[in-house]
Design a protein around this ligand. Structure first.
Ligand SMILES: [Zn+2]
Length: 217
């Protein structure tokens, strides 16, 4: 291993321990020491820490946060949401959620937006009109990414991505994207330092008169 590489701490949170192990083997971890797995990729050394228990995530420090999920059922999404809440509570860092599945796992469970009936939806049917067999109401079928983003109430800065187990080039592309986001944020911060923006106090926002119409759901 070269010492010229930049080293970043990659915190991987997942309700599913096996999934984190898949990621490690797909990324070709070089070594493991005290629960930290080292991966070298794209001129960067990642020190990966895996966590699947929100109560153990008391004060995580991370340069990049990655949430992993395989089956986007309610329980898994709830657990991932809890992990994200703890992981992002203290400081913000570039983050993404990865739906990380086996090749043929192309469907997911969601609740009917009208009656709550649990429904299987195929990822290939994204954007088609579907009808709930229980309440007979129709709605546009979401893709997995949209479904996960909505269920986790993710802010716009956190993207949801998909990769199939064993597809290292897609995984690599996602990691590269997160590295770019991080580089952009550091550049922005440095630019802010130059203009003195970052040293200014936070101000109360002024309210304009007139009400903004509520957004439709
Ligand atoms: Zn329904």
């Amino acid at each position: 291993m070269s010492d010229l590489l930049q080293t970043l701490r990659l915190l991987v949170v997942s309700p599913d321990k096996d999934l984190s192990q898949w990621l490690i083997s797909d990324l070709g971890a070089l070594e493991e020491k005290d629960g930290t797995h080292t991966v070298e990729f794209s001129g960067t050394r990642f020190e990966m820490v895996l966590e699947c228990d929100p109560t153990k995530l008391s004060s995580p420090s991370a340069d990049i946060l990655l949430g992993l999920i395989r089956f986007v059922d309610g329980v898994s999404l709830h657990l991932l949401g809890e992990l994200f809440k703890v992981a992002t509570a203290e400081k913000s860092c570039p983050a993404a959620v990865l739906v990380y599945r086996k090749e043929l796992e192309g469907d997911f469970k969601m609740s009917c937006p009208f009656c709550g009936q649990k429904l299987w939806v195929r990822d290939a049917d994204q954007d088609k009109r579907g009808r709930c067999p229980n309440c007979h109401k129709g709605f546009t079928l979401p893709g997995q990414e949209d479904h996960v983003a909505k269920a986790l109430h993710l802010p716009p800065g956190i993207s949801v991505r998909k990769a199939v187990q064993g597809d290292t080039s897609t995984l690599g592309a996602h990691l590269k994207q997160l590295l770019r986001v991080r580089a952009d944020e550091i550049n922005l911060r440095m630019a802010g330092d130059k203009t003195g923006l970052s040293s200014r106090q936070t101000m109360n926002v002024n309210l304009e008169t007139g009400l903004i119409p509520p957004q439709g759901h």
